[in-house]
Design a protein around this ligand. Sequence first.
Ligand SMILES: [Zn+2]
Length: 415
Amino acid sequence: MINFEQAKFITGSTGPLAGGHSVTSPDDLSVSLVKSLDSPDYVIFPGFCDVHVHFREPGFSYKETIHTGSMAAARGGYTAVCPMPNLKPVPDSPAHLLEELEIIRRDAVIDVLPYASITVNEEGRELSDMELLCRDTVAFSDDGRGVQSEEMMRRAMQEAKRLGRMIVAHCEVNDLLHGGYIHEGAYAKAHGHAGISSESEWKEIERDVRLAEETGCAYHVCHISTLESVQIIREAKARGVNVSCETAPHYLTMDENDLQEEGRFKMNPPLRSSRDREELIRGIQDGTIDCIATDHAPHSREEKSKGLKGSAMGIVGLETAFPVLYTKLVRTGIITLEKLLDLLCANPRKRFDIPLPANDFTIWDLDREYSVDPSEFLTLGRATPFEGWKVYGRCLMTVHRGRVVYADPSTGILY
Ligand SMILES: [Zn+2]
């Protein structure tokens, strides 16, 4: 391992970023590490923060481990991530959570801040030990499933409000799924697939926003994918509801027109229509959408090899998020680089109260073009719809709390 002092030769004089971007970050985060390198091609960003990942351990370490997941995150420029609780055991009690915390303490190379589940075993029937769980977790979520019962969600929000914690929700009405597995749209119709309606997502968001307004609970919606979801949240924010949301890189850069008959195009929620994608872009532009999270969800090769119908839901995303977003949204002028950094770093850290530590940053070559090649990934998952995409932006190094946790082979730096 090379420590930060030895690696300083990569940093250079301070000054504006390459291409005249001047990146200023919010004072309250004290993000002061953004500065130029000697080479105008290199830039330093504050460590990114992903509030929605699946690291699969304990329980499913053949898909991913805390170690491989956090290594992949570091390679993507992240220094803080929040793994979801759909594990075995589900972190629904202090004893169950302890299993996850012990692995994190032993194996994580960056800050890994777990969620506790909202309900016991994420079954939606009984609240987890929320009071005992809140000290060592970032927030509460039953991600992977929606909390179907309105009364259960109301009680969860009341309790979260009392504890000063946020409810983070995967919104999905099971009764509206009808066996669907890709978006209920033109592609599903043309190829004979069972569709997932947009309503299955936005109906539950509509309910939860109402409950958040009623209870005063801080509420965050996971991976929004439909135009109605954007509109509901936009209106709720205008009314002053304490609501925030995230979307994922694939919903902003792809839609059903990009689908192929392969498992790497299957995730939940699914790629929607181009109208949905356009509204999501408006949502990041006008601030309705606060964060971009990857929903990094690795599965084994076998689990992803059964086409759109038979494959498991979920794609990997930590190692492609910044290059894909930078290439498709910043270089095309849809959003500024500053805006992208807010979505990947400042906003999630602020909303989830995850401070940026000192000496926590990531160094990128923004002008290097390459093809996304899953065989280079550090995650155990390989399924990505971005495979083969030509992108700009290569992570050269990530430093977490002054320690190099990732260095690109081209730097010759060992870590
Ligand atoms: Zn989810």
